[in-house]
Design a protein around this ligand. Structure first.
Ligand SMILES: Nc1ncnc2c1ncn2[C@@H]1O[C@H](COP(=O)(O)OP(=O)(O)OP(=O)(O)O)[C@@H](O)[C@H]1O
Length: 289
């Protein structure tokens, strides 16, 4: 199974004194779905553009199956980068645009493309330039799911999509992945949207990797316990609580710890903490250390 390894990568823009990315060491394994998170300006798009060889590293290596991707067209062809740049011919009708792309990739999935055009209600007689922000994203999403690449990098794929189309996209992504497992790296600010889809989390802050772990590991021993306040309090007694939300007599407490050994009152519900909340705690605790 293919993998991408990033070793001691630094990126600094010419004329700048500061690195955008600092000593990045990461492995993206085959057939996994990664969430790439971080605040605005953290360096997510820069990292993706380097992997796809749109940009050159200042130092360090990006290897696909042990070989440098940079300037190696056979390897670059295994990576597809969907981003916010509009690089398609603006005045061509979409039907021609789709044809051009499918001609570039020998095993492009034309039947999936047809299905997705219908599901997203895309009018292929329109030009790319005339599309709304959301429909521009949809066209890019369709192409990303149909190209026969082993590594698909999606940079804020749902930008401008309404709720229905976001749902269609994630449903189709899962269907496509199940049928044809490959690696997806999805950069998004809306962690709730992907927390059921991704296997791995990479969190970048100020150009450095702060979290690089599986979702299962991150979510193990992290709970949200809710119910009548007095029952919850007695159940979680002695556990370090990260946050308590209260609504009248009802409360929810969040903690990163094993479940208490005390018997759980029937009135109390236990669930895994939401990934978004958890990542915020992990980042905050790192800052305190
Ligand atoms: N061509 C450029 N010229 C100047 N600064 C740049 C350039 N490209 C990136 N940067 C800077 O590098 C940093 C990282 O940007 P990048 O777009 O990679 O972040 P991001 O995590 O994708 O952010 P966002 O979530 O806002 O899209 C930012 O401070 C950005 O301003």
């Amino acid at each position: 199974m293919s993998k991408i390894e990033i070793k001691h990568l630094n990126k600094r823009l010419i004329g700048s004194k500061e690195n955008i990315l600092n000593d990045i060491n990461l492995t993206f394994d085959g057939e996994k779905i990664y969430g790439l998170f971080g605040q605005n300006g953290a360096g997510k798009s820069t990292l993706m553009s380097l992997i796809a060889d749109y940009n050159k590293t200042t130092s360090g290596e990006i290897l696909l199956d042990g070989q440098e991707i940079h300037n190696n067209q056979a390897l670059i062809n295994k990576v597809y980068y969907m981003n916010q740049m509009d690089m398609f011919p603006k005045h061509e009708k979409l039907e021609k645009l789709f044809k051009m792309i499918s001609n570039i990739y020998p095993d492009y999935d034309l039947s999936l493309q047809k299905e997705l055009i219908n599901k997203f209600n895309v009018d292929i007689k329109k030009t790319f330039n005339s599309l709304s922000t959301g429909y521009k994203s949809i066209v890019k999403i369709i192409i990303s799911l149909c190209v026969p690449c082993e590594f698909i990098l999606l940079d804020e794929p749902t930008l401008g999509l309404d709720a229905r189309n976001r749902e269609v996209f994630y449903r189709e992504l899962i269907a496509s992945y199940s049928k044809n497992p490959r690696t997806f790296i999805i950069s998004t600010h809306i962690i709730e949207e992907v927390d059921q889809i991704i296997n791995e989390v990479v969190f970048i802050k100020d150009g450095r990797v702060k979290i690089n772990n599986s979702v299962d590991d991150i979510r193990s021993q992290s709970y949200s316990v809710s119910g009548p306040a007095e029952d919850v309090d007695s159940y979680v007694q002695g556990i370090h609580i990260l946050e308590k939300d209260r609504l009248g007599r009802y409360e929810t407490v969040h903690f990163m710890h094993e479940l208490p050994e005390n018997p759980r009152p029937e009135s109390v519900d236990v669930e895994k903490m939401k990934l978004q909340k958890l990542l915020v705690y992990i980042m905050n605790s790192e800052e305190v250390e």
